[in-house]
Design a binder for this molecule. Structure first.
Ligand SMILES: Nc1ncnc2c1ncn2[C@@H]1O[C@H](COP(=O)(O)OP(=O)(O)OP(=O)(O)O)[C@@H](O)[C@H]1O
Ligand SMILES: [Mg+2]
Length: 265
């Protein structure tokens, strides 16, 4: 069985973070593992508090996983602060021969949709410098793309330019997600070899899409673990998320979660 590791924060309400990652992995028929960076107190209405783990404890979790079950792909989500990013980068450095062989999908989570900061502002530079070089793919949404490019990205044409710019700047593949775009819900993949693909999607108007970004990056990691190309992996993941949003699971009093159990094969 293929094994996938999520390195991310917990969402106690089950819709995003580690909980979304593990549900997505189970639905993709892979064995899911989780190294937890943070506990968040959140629900469908927003995030009320965050408790980060120490860099030292993050490393203990990584050592426990890698000394026993080596993942076939890694998804990285919420990291929180510089200390955690540096601890993860140190671990990758110390195990570089192993890590270089594993596809890594990095979702550069910065702010929750409800507006709560999920990464300290001074951590962005460290993330770019220390973790982008290890990543096969980064998956910024539009607000994160704005931070990374220092430009305001609104249209599909600007998303393509931004994906190309970031891919060339960091020598990695980039998927700019269109969930915050008013034109359409299309995602743009610009690969390291300069191949550009558009995964088109209609905007689904139901509000129940809490955790869509976490789910997408996990689904991509699962597909990569199963041996699909990056392009196929992103295409299949987009379809899964579309169906899981489309299921309109109306749980909770705010923006409800996706239905991860939707049939997608
Ligand atoms: N309203 C929508 N209709 C259809 N697809 C959507 C919609 N919103 C988001 N998506 C899809 O969901 C995935 C996640 O995109 P999005 O830009 O919302 O990420 P995100 O902001 O990181 O999500 P999150 O709020 O979970 O952090 C993408 O594949 C995107 O195309
Ligand atoms: Mg996100």
């Amino acid at each position: 069985m293929r094994k996938v590791l999520a390195i991310a924060g917990s969402d106690c309400s089950g819709g995003a973070g580690i909980q979304a990652d593990l549900k997505t992995m189970t639905m993709h028929g892979v064995y899911g593992m989780s190294v937890i960076t943070a506990l968040t107190a959140q629900n469908t209405m927003g995030v009320t508090d965050v408790m980060l783990v120490s860099g030292a404890f993050l490393k203990k979790q990584l050592e426990a996983v890698f000394s026993d079950i080596v993942p076939d792909a890694i998804k990285i989500g919420m990291l929180g602060n510089k200390e955690i990013i540096e601890a993860l980068a140190d671990f990758f450095e110390e195990h570089s021969e192993l890590i270089e062989k594993i596809p890594i999908v990095l979702d550069p989570v910065m702010v929750s949709t409800s507006g709560h900061m999920l990464m300290e502002a001074d951590a962005v530079e460290v993330l770019k410098k220390k973790l982008f070089p290890w990543s096969t793919l980064i998956t910024p949404n539009l607000p994160e793309t704005n931070v990374l490019t220092e430009k305001k990205i609104e249209t599909l044409a600007q998303m393509k330019q931004a994906a190309a710019f970031l891919s060339e700047q960091y020598a990695i593949s980039v998927l700019v997600k269109g969930g915050h775009c008013s034109d359409s819900a299309s995602d743009i993949l610009y690969e390291k070899d300069k191949n550009c693909s558009t995964f088109s999607g209609e905007i689904l108007t139901n509000p129940n899409k809490h955790g869509s970004g976490c789910t997408l990056s996990s689904a991509i990691a699962c597909n990569l673990a199963k041996g699909y190309t990056l392009q196929e992996s992103c295409k299949k993941a987009k379809k899964y998320v579309e169906k899981a949003i489309g299921a309109n699971l109306n749980l909770g009093r705010g923006r409800g979660p996706l239905n991860h159990m939707v049939e997608f094969r």
